[in-house]
Design a protein around this ligand. Structure first.
Ligand SMILES: [Cu+2]
Length: 125
């Protein structure tokens, strides 16, 4: 079980996405994303290339980043998988099978990635 905290400061930056633990073994991984902020948030799991740093994805015209290659997300309010966002005070979850590698967990609501909502999850033995 990986716990993800999604938060903001009364709708403003800094916004934060934190992951605990930040390192898990490969295989079945359950993600539980709790929104302790004041806006809707989500957690999307994107692979990272070997030397790719977190926080450097290009911001597109809609103030979001590309989700190409996404391996899953927790964005359903009080439910599993993909949805319209996790409301303040609620939790969303998903269970994924993760191969070894580095992943970046992000909130892709417009502007939230740029405002700081990203963290690394390492999947390794
Ligand atoms: Cu967010």
């Amino acid at each position: 079980m990986v716990d993800i905290d999604l938060t903001d400061t009364t709708g403003a930056a800094p916004m934060r996405l934190t992951v605990k633990p930040a390192k898990v073994p490969p295989g079945t991984v359950s993600l539980r994303a709790s929104n302790t902020g004041t806006l809707a948030h989500e957690a999307v799991v994107l692979p990272l290339a070997a030397a790719q740093p977190i926080g450097k994805r290009p911001i597109e015209a809609d103030s979001r980043v590309s989700e190409t290659g996404s391996v899953g997300e927790a964005s359903h309010n009080c439910g599993a998988g993909e949805g319209g966002g996790i409301a303040p005070g609620s939790t969303g979850w998903t269970t994924l099978t993760l191969q070894p590698g580095r992943y970046e967990l992000i909130c892709n609501f417009p502007g939230h990635y740029a405002a700081g909502m990203r963290a690394e999850l390492d999947v390794t033995q």
